[in-house]
Design a binder for this molecule. Structure first.
Ligand code: ADP
Ligand code: MG
Length: 339
């Protein structure tokens, strides 16, 4: 099985069956005893609504394993769930597991993740860095002597990487991604309108009308939001326009674009010319912001495309590796190409 342990979403791919699980990377547990109460959607629904004794957390929030026990519990839960839900898989009692991890994860954390997978019943556990997995999922010919650039904008981290010959030549893991975009909407609403928005509402605004550049059709979208009026503490509705939301998102989007430019500046010229020719690939939920591809393209003066189903690129990449022993050997963590 392949697992994308994302900061926002966890996806599980099972050989011969496809993607069986897509759940938010949340876990709810008792603060004192550490007993796990819920994992995934159910845990996310509890976030912000828990009584004192319970916490609903995201173990991978910033692209590092912020909460090891939580990450282990999630892995454990999903590996076991896949076992139990499919009797014909349970016949192979100990599956081979390939896990996509953020490239910022330390040596110690990597070992911890592998061990957690083995503990949970995996026969073998391999780790692949997310940008590599995303590129494989996007169908890029990553083992050719050709430079590829992949930008994976997730919830907690943006991974920017240059790949060639099955290795990561250069990469940057930025702790600015979808969460930060959501927060910039919360900030804008509070400062401009004195209106306090919840995370879920702000994320909805981002997904419904968020954009990086003015849309071609010039149609001005609007959205009605409900929050709390900070002046009197009462509920209040407001209408946001796409233009003001775009302005709110712009500084954060600029930081992402800036990081892409930085990586390109450090990239060896031969590889840059490959990228100019074949384009930059975007993946991850954050790449779905309207016009972000266009903005990256205009800033870098390079062609940019968003892969199909960007949110599942990493897990599909892990899935492909399950049946490609040779490629797995090349890209599993440890095999790193340095220029
Ligand atoms: P991770 O790999 O870190 O788990 P994902 O690739 O699953 O992250 O992407 C999650 C992020 O993508 C969240 O911040 C979410 O708000 C954002 N996202 C999802 N869909 C959209 C959309 N249509 N427009 C903008 N952002 C989106
Ligand atoms: Mg991801």
């Amino acid at each position: 099985m392949g697992i994308d342990l994302g900061t926002a979403n966890t996806l599980v791919f099972v050989k011969g069956k496809g993607i069986l699980i897509r759940e938010p990377s949340y876990i709810a547990r008792h603060k004192r005893t550490g007993a796990v109460l819920a994992i995934g959607t159910e845990a996310k629904l509890m976030a912000g609504k828990t009584p004192e004794a319970i916490e609903a957390i995201r173990p991978l929030r910033d692209g590092v394993i912020a909460d090891y026990d939580g990450a282990e519990a999630m892995l454990n839960f999903y590996i076991k769930q896949v076992h139990e839900s499919s009797p014909w898989i349970a016949k192979i009692p100990r599956p081979k597991v390939i896990i996509g991890i953020p490239s910022g994860v330390t040596e110690v954390e990597r070992r911890a993740v592998s061990e957690a997978a083995i503990q949970a019943g995996a026969r073998e556990a391999y780790l692949v860095e997310e940008p590599m997995a995303a590129a494989i999922g996007a169908g890029l010919p990553i083992d050719e002597p050709r430079g590829q650039m992949i930008i994976d904008i997730g919830g907690g981290t943006t991974e920017i990487a240059i790949l060639s010959l099955g290795g990561i030549v250069l990469n940057k893991s930025l702790r600015i991604a979808g969460d930060e975009l959501t927060e910039s909407i919360i900030h804008f609403s509070r400062v401009k309108y004195g209106l306090l928005l919840g995370d879920t509402t702000a994320e909805e605004v981002k997904m419904q009308i968020g954009s990086a550049v003015e849309p071609d059709d010039k149609k001005e979208l609007q959205i009605v939001v409900r929050g709390r009026d900070l002046s009197n503490g009462l509920p209040k509705s407001m209408k946001f326009s796409a233009t003001e939301v775009r302005e709110a998102l712009a500084p954060t989007i600029q930081q992402i674009v800036r990081a892409v430019m930085d990586v390109l500046e450090e990239t060896p010229p031969e590889l840059v010319s490959d990228i100019i020719q074949h384009g930059i690939t975007m993946a991850g939920g954050g790449s779905l912001i309207r016009g972000l591809d266009k903005m990256v393209s205009e800033s870098t003066r390079m062609p940019v495309w968003v892969t199909d189903e960007p949110m599942s690129a990493v897990v599909r990449g892990c899935g492909k590796l399950l049946t490609d022993e040779r490629l797995l050997k090349k890209v599993k963590v440890g095999a790193r190409l340095r220029y």
